[in-house]
Design a binder for this molecule. Structure first.
Ligand code: FA5
Ligand code: MG
Length: 413
């Protein structure tokens, strides 16, 4: 995939992010459109809906978990989004061949540093520092499809809670000393090898009831939720929580019992714990009735003014302002052998910015005689502030087509 580094950084030898330089190498695949988002910190911008919902969730944790009247959760919201591959993957037991390590799925500054793909990248550092209960809030970056609930930059809030035997059993049973965190139970769908069943079930119960109560407090008692079994390399067992949004199930978070191997490596081997990571945009879309994830990046006062409230617990229902009609343009090309769809999505986003509402692969055609495959993409343009003229959409599509043929080696049809 040599084209990628050339396409994004030209002949420059370094990329600068938050005042630090990173040497460009064949792994580099960050695009200027993505670099521009770094430092915007919507989660800390007063009156921004991402900041409002983050304050609500933070308050929930402050109130729920206290010791002698003081909150026990610490909140970290200022960690740099540039992390090492070790932080994002190795520390979390992500296997060497896991698809998330692919250049097509994450943004790399070079072969050693990347833009975090989840806030879980900081988990081990804080456990190692001796913390038992903490939240991490931040912007995360993924090369993903673009639609109304997916965006390549979004915000996550991660949580971790560790328990020693006393913490875990004291409120739950009359004789906590009779119970164990660890025994010789074998690995199963229910537990990790070495986790006593009563311990893993108690952790699971604390985790799920905390997150269910959070959903009820945010959305009211009529909120429909469901738990789905999931897999993460860093937890077992693992689940995802889905909520009903516009008549469909929308996944809002992943969670589970922390792999003991991670705690053992981080000086917390005598404890057990849970962890979760949630997507703030998706929760905010439900809470405020925001129909499209791209609106969070809007600078339109008609959007921002609706969230100017001093009390983050105020009830807000977003009222859509006039939206202008979209303009669809189809683009077809023959793809080269090593083609990655995400490279094309990225290129469209770099050149089209927020005017691109959606990019969809609408047709795949293989011409068997010549062993060639063609893709047809429909690009939907919509201008936030005015009608999108067809000539304007055509001009951007032309640029996209030209870059796709030089940088991605596609042959236009
Ligand atoms: C994770 O990122 C795990 N780190 C979560 C976790 C933490 C599990 C700790 C266990 C323990 P996942 O890739 O499913 O998992 O993302 C978590 C949430 O981020 C999703 O449920 C969703 O709400 C949100 N999300 C994921 N991709 C996008 C996207 N492209 N745009 C907006 N939100 C997204
Ligand atoms: Mg998921």
């Amino acid at each position: 995939c040599q084209h990628r580094s050339k396409s994004t950084v030209g002949h420059q030898k370094t990329t600068t992010v938050l005042g630090q330089s990173y040497e460009v190498d064949p792994w580099t695949n960050v695009s200027p459109a993505i670099l521009e988002k770094i430092g915007m910190n919507l989660h800390s911008q007063k009156y921004h809906p991402i900041c409002l919902i983050r304050q609500r969730i933070q308050d929930f944790f402050y109130k729920r978990f206290t010791k002698r009247g003081n909150p026990i959760f610490s909140v970290f919201d200022n960690e740099s989004p540039v992390v090492s591959l070790k932080q994002n993957f190795d520390n979390l037991l992500v296997p060497e061949n896991h698809p998330s390590r692919n250049q097509a799925d994450s943004y790399y500054l070079n072969s050693a540093y990347m833009l975090r793909a989840h806030c879980t990248a900081h988990q081990q550092d804080f456990i190692r520092a001796g913390l038992n209960s903490f939240l991490i809030v931040g912007d995360v970056y993924r090369r993903d499809t673009v639609d109304s609930s997916h965006y390549p930059v979004f915000h996550q809030l991660d949580g971790v809670r560790l328990f020693d035997k006393h913490d875990l059993f004291e409120e739950r049973v009359s004789q906590p000393d009779a119970l164990q965190l660890f025994d010789d139970t074998k690995h199963s769908a229910l537990n990790q090898a070495g986790h006593a069943i009563e311990a893993t079930l108690a952790v699971q119960h604390d985790l799920k009831s905390t997150l269910e109560d959070m959903a009820t407090i945010l959305f009211g008692k009529d909120i429909e939720t469901q738990w789905v079994d999931a897999y993460f390399p860093f937890t077992h067992p693992s689940w995802e929580l889905e909520i009903k949004y516009q008549d469909k199930w929308l996944e809002v978070l992943g969670c589970g019992v922390i792999q003991q191997q991670i705690l053992n490596k981080s000086g917390a081997g005598s404890k057990v714990g849970w962890a979760f990571g949630m997507g703030l945009e998706r929760l905010a879309m439900k809470l405020y009735d925001i129909p499209d994830i791209r609106l969070f990046w809007s600078k339109d006062q008609r959007f921002l003014d609706q969230f100017r409230v001093d009390d983050p617990h105020s009830n807000i229902q977003f009222k859509p302002f006039s939206i202008h009609p979209p303009c669809d343009i189809d683009l077809s090309f023959w793809i080269p052998e090593m083609f990655q769809e995400n490279d094309f999505y990225d290129l469209v986003r770099s050149l089209g910015g927020n005017i691109v509402e959606k990019v969809e692969l609408i047709d795949v055609y293989t011409y068997t005689k010549l062993k060639r495959t063609s893709h047809c993409y429909r690009i939907t343009y919509r201008h936030p502030d005015r009608v999108m003229e067809k000539v304007e959409a055509d001009a951007i599509t032309k640029k996209i087509a030209a870059e796709a043929s030089t940088k991605l080696n596609v042959k236009l049809r």
